[in-house]
Design a protein around this ligand. Structure first.
Ligand code: ADP
Ligand code: SF4
Length: 678
């Protein structure tokens, strides 16, 4: 189909200094958990974005020197000529599809501990690092001169590797930002004091980068549009700085100082949330501006361009969830866009030090290793019965249908979506329904797939159906006995109103004082506590960890989770486990001393662990389990209860590989290979 003429402005080329971006879709720098450690994986992933139509595709934070070593996180590296081949692999993969390749040169300053390189961290002054017990070394004038040389050399290497857009990065708490900060920068030399002095290093880097590579590369800079808080660089100084330096770079990549807000999850931050703050600052430069906002709607994107807020639609997450988003808009297939749900599972896994993954896009990170393409699947033939239409079953049916299988998808409930449908009704999780809606939308266009709602199948039904393959995707249920991380055995004395998250999601509403016991540590405990508090219960949230929703530190949600509970009047009790409940009193034991305290409660909600719902699978295959290449296999939570992304991935993998070779070679391994003779 042709491009809707309304969206034509999104496909207009735009000049950036000496280069021209083919359209307005700009994949801003984003972490991948791949960096220097998985170069082939990274190049293939970035190349896929270019293939999908992103006009500019950037690296993640790319360290320019061993004094900026963010180990154990796999940052990108541009330390010496030995990095050139890996960097070029990415630039080449992006160029192969006509896009521009951007590189975000980065120095972490006092933020990074240099755990691997073991050289001293350097900063505007000596100060504690972000996490580890160290302080940086104050930079002397000679250090500043050296740093500028490293930056220039890195820019030259970037150009040699083929990059078209080279960044200067004075934001997000890193080295150049330290110099801008009026609190951190206490220098008495020409780099401290007035704004002009504090911005001297930033200016020098912009000018020196242009001098080094500006003949062939556009110079971009990533800068916070909302200042950095008054103690660092207030809005007034931010405006003054734009007035001073506004025309120096070829592109302003405007962000927010606070990562957690800039890339806030959909629980807390809606689409296009940066718009107002960017509008103000962008008016101070005539140079093009890119900004993000978890844009998935082409109309919102268009509004950003039309209203003059942005010249490029920036994206990290929407490009992860759908590398082919631009192409789908161009081809008039807007309804095929796989919209990001804002869960931040992508970011979380970078934070865990492994390759990116995505709830919506199971092929993310598997482009090179498994040869998975987000839009293409191998053809196949046969009749498949998929039991259960949660995220695993829906994804499996979708992929099988695309491959050409005849698929019957049986769902016991009267709605599809499984846990996603139930959880998306909880506070802040509405966008998660996109996991279901995208797949249902695709299934409707696949004539070979039939969805049977209200069909709870037993083993006899499955056998009678006589499919060539059966995928069991029957999910999991929350346990009612407290077994989980803390309790290896069921809690002994549990009487009275003892509820599970499934009960609450089914509409059971305890009143009076309720203890929510969270031994799961992700979103479910806090979100249920919030729901119950909003419904009028007096809620006491108890967790075996030291913070509410502790694991959500990885999804950048933890501080807001805790704040939201406090604001809702929820009492938060940390480092305690529920040890018993007699219907009136809950006993809460300290996880360190074992000392118990009593807490009056009318009900307890146990958010501890889930039990795979594999009864149907067991009835069919017994306790021997499935052999390789079995006709009956299980996927998703009924095999291994985990996050939604894992269920979608499992459904995708099973469906993609179904009917293939029985003993396929393992996925390729990306690794550093020792060159002969070294
Ligand atoms: P997953 O995350 O693995 O997809 P979910 O719990 O979200 O798991 O979804 C499992 C789905 O399977 C639910 O919608 C549930 O109603 C359905 N289901 C469970 N048992 C049966 C069965 N015997 N027949 C049909 N559907 C079933
Ligand atoms: Fe969006 Fe979640 Fe995918 Fe990240 S993991 S891109 S937030 S859907």
């Amino acid at each position: 189909m042709a491009t809707d003429p309304r969206y034509a402005p999104l496909f207009e080329p735009l000049r950036l200094g000496p280069v021209t971006a083919p359209n307005r879709f700009y994949q801003v720098p984003h972490c991948t958990g791949m960096g220097h450690a998985l170069p082939r994986t990274l190049a293939a992933m970035r190349g896929m974005k270019a293939e999908g139509g992103w006009g500019v595709v950037c690296t993640e934070y790319c360290s320019i020197h061993p004094t900026s070593d963010d180990a154990p996180y796999p940052f990108a590296a541009n330390w010496d000529d030995g990095d050139l081949a890996n960097l070029a692999a990415m630039a080449d993969a992006v160029h192969a599809h006509g896009a521009l390749a951007g590189i975000e040169l980065w120095h972490g300053g006092s933020y990074v501990a240099n755990l691997a390189s073991r050289v001293p961290a350097i900063g505007v002054r000596s100060m504690p690092g972000r996490t580890d017990p160290f302080q940086s070394q104050r930079m002397d004038r000679a250090d500043i001169r050296r740093f500028r040389r490293w930056h220039r050399d890195a820019a030259l290497r970037a150009r040699a590797a083929g990059f078209d857009v080279v960044y200067v990065y004075p934001t997000h708490g890193y080295l150049v930002w330290e110099f801008l900060s009026r609190s951190l920068n206490d220098r008495g030399d020409e780099y401290g004091g007035s704004l002009e002095n504090r911005a001297r290093l930033f200016r020098e880097l912009l000018e020196e980068t242009r001098d080094a590579v500006g003949d062939r590369c556009a110079i971009a800079t990533r800068f916070s549009a909302n200042g950095h808080g008054d103690q660092h660089l207030g809005l007034d100084e931010t405006r003054d700085l734009m007035a001073m330096l506004g025309e120096l770079p070829d592109l302003w990549d405007l962000v927010l100082a606070d990562y957690d807000e800039e890339m806030g999850s959909s629980r807390f931050v809606p689409e296009a949330a940066l718009e107002d703050r960017i509008r103000d600052i962008r008016s101070l430069t005539r140079r093009p501006v890119v900004g993000v906002g978890r844009f998935t709607s082409p109309d919102t994107m268009l509004r950003q361009l039309r209203s003059g807020v942005l010249d490029f639609v920036g994206a990290a997450r929407p490009s992860i969830a759908d590398p082919f988003l631009p192409q789908k808009i161009r081809d008039g297939r807007v309804e095929d866009i796989r919209e990001c749900i804002g869960c931040n599972i992508c970011y979380a896994h970078n934070f865990r030090g492994v390759a990116l993954r995505c709830t919506q896009n199971p092929t993310m990170g598997e482009e090179w290793r498994s040869g998975w393409h987000p839009e293409r699947v191998p053809a196949g033939r046969g009749r498949v019965l998929v039991v259960g239409a949660g995220p695993a079953g829906l994804e499996a049916a979708h992929v099988l249908g695309k491959r050409g299988f005849e698929v019957a998808l049986a769902e016991a409930g009267d709605a599809a979506g499984g846990r996603v449908t139930r959880e998306s009704r909880l506070p802040g999780l509405a966008e998660w329904a996109r996991v279901r809606d995208y797949r249902l939308g695709q299934l409707q266009r696949l004539p070979g797939v039939t969805l049977y709602l209200g069909n709870r199948l037993n083993a006899a039904d499955v056998r009678e159906f006589g499919a060539d393959h059966v995928l069991i995707a029957t999910g999991a249920r929350w346990r009612r006995d407290g077994l989980g991380r803390w309790h290896a055995r069921p809690i002994e004395r549990l009487t009275g109103t003892v509820l599970t998250p499934d009960d609450v999601m089914d509409g059971v509403r305890p009143s009076g004082r309720v203890v929510v016991f969270d031994d799961d540590h992700y979103y479910m405990g806090p979100v249920l506590a919030l729901l119950l508090a909003r419904q009028g219960a007096e809620v006491c949230y108890v967790t075996t960890e030291g913070k509410a929703g502790d694991w959500s530190q990885y999804t950048a949600e933890q501080p807001r989770t805790q704040r939201e509970l406090l604001e809702a009047g929820v009492e938060i009790v940390v480092n305690r486990a529920l040890e018993g409940f007699d219907g009136r009193v809950a006993r809460l034991g300290c996880v360190y001393s074992g000392r118990e305290l009593e807490c009056e409660a009318a009900a307890v909600v146990l958010v501890t662990s889930r039990e795979p719902d594999d009864a149907l699978f067991r009835e069919l295959v017994g306790h021997e389990g499935e052999e390789d290449g079995s006709r009956i296999t299980r996927v998703g939570d009924c095999r291994q209860p985990a996050i939604i992304a894992a269920a979608v991935y499992a459904g995708h993998k099973a469906a993609r590989e179904l009917g293939g070779e029985l003993h396929r070679p393992p996925a390729a391994r990306d690794r550093v290979i020792i060159a002969p003779g070294r």
